[in-house]
Design a protein around this ligand. Structure first.
Ligand SMILES: Nc1ncnc2c1ncn2[C@@H]1O[C@H](COP(=O)(O)OP(=O)(O)OP(=O)(O)O)[C@@H](O)[C@H]1O
Ligand SMILES: [Mg+2]
Length: 251
């Protein structure tokens, strides 16, 4: 299962992905989180020690070039590059959750046949071959990434939305684009939802109910301010996170 997350800037994408990672792991799944944000900070949210030492794969241009088999000055390269050893070389682990940091993937999924991007895309599709694994893909805000290779092979997209007019507008725009990208399952997840009135507001604006709604959580604020893993706040939103994982597993 490969799940990606999207939404407006700062709505809680990374936080919710980190909570999901912890919950999936606690429920016995093997979890790989891929941080595909060009300014990645999933490592902090997962509590990786010395996250500044992680170098995004996309920065390793030489390695990507070498794998793509591209000769300097030539337009030709291997479209089936060897990537199977890369995950073990670039994965860090925090409390049993695996993390891979991609960094920015500059080129488009449709059209541009950039060699580096081919290696990264292949890496993403290869990772999908392990059925027991849950792959969680954290992405940057906005909609641009939907046109890129990052989203290749994703079987679910969660769109995080906060209860405001502009939040709903952005969420609907993302949904439209995701539909056009033929992503099979697209769901909304509410964040900073303060009660039934907020939930109703979201449901009316989105035209469907979010599959989960997270409250504004003091525990999440505290862990973030202390620089701790979001997982430490899980107990305060345990039921919601648990139910969300059950919903995702059932579909
Ligand atoms: N349910 C919540 N309760 C309290 N604070 C929250 C909640 N969700 C997120 N936050 C806080 O909001 C801030 C933004 O969250 P986060 O980084 O997860 O958003 P994001 O959508 O990933 O942002 P970006 O678009 O920059 O990647 C963080 O400080 C986080 O701790
Ligand atoms: Mg984020």
């Amino acid at each position: 299962m490969k799940i990606a997350i999207s939404g407006k800037g700062g709505v809680g994408k990374t936080t919710i992905m980190a909570l999901l990672a912890r919950q999936f792991k606690d429920m016995g799944r093997e979890v790989l989180v891929i941080d595909a944000d060009s300014s990645p900070h999933m490592a902090q949210s997962l509590g990786v020690v010395e996250p500044e030492k992680i170098r995004p794969i996309s920065e390793m241009k030489e390695l990507l070039r070498e794998r793509s088999g591209r000769v300097e000055g030539s337009a030709f390269y291997n479209i089936n590059p060897k990537v199977d050893d890369l995950p073990t070389r670039f994965i860090v682990e925090a409390d049993g959750i695996k993390l891979m940091v991609m960094g920015a993937i500059e080129s488009a999924g449709g059209g541009c046949a950039c060699a580096e991007s081919t290696v990264l895309k292949r890496l993403l599709t290869t990772l999908l071959l392990k059925p027991a694994q849950v792959v969680l893909l954290d992405m940057e805000a906005g909609v641009e990434h939907l046109g890129r290779g990052t989203i290749v092979g994703v079987d679910r997209l969660l769109i995080v939305v906060i209860p405001s007019q502009s939040g709903i507008r952005t969420a609907l725009k993302i949904k439209k684009l995701a539909d056009e990208c033929r992503i099979k399952n697209i769901d909304f997840v509410g964040n900073l939802v303060q009660g039934p009135k907020d939930e109703q507001f979201l449901t009316a604006g989105l035209g469907e109910a979010p599959i989960a709604c997270f409250p504004d959580s003091p525990a999440i604020r505290r862990t973030e301010r202390k620089g701790l893993a979001v997982g430490f706040a899980l107990s305060e939103v345990a039921q919601i996170t648990h139910n969300l994982v059950e919903t995702l597993q059932a579909r």
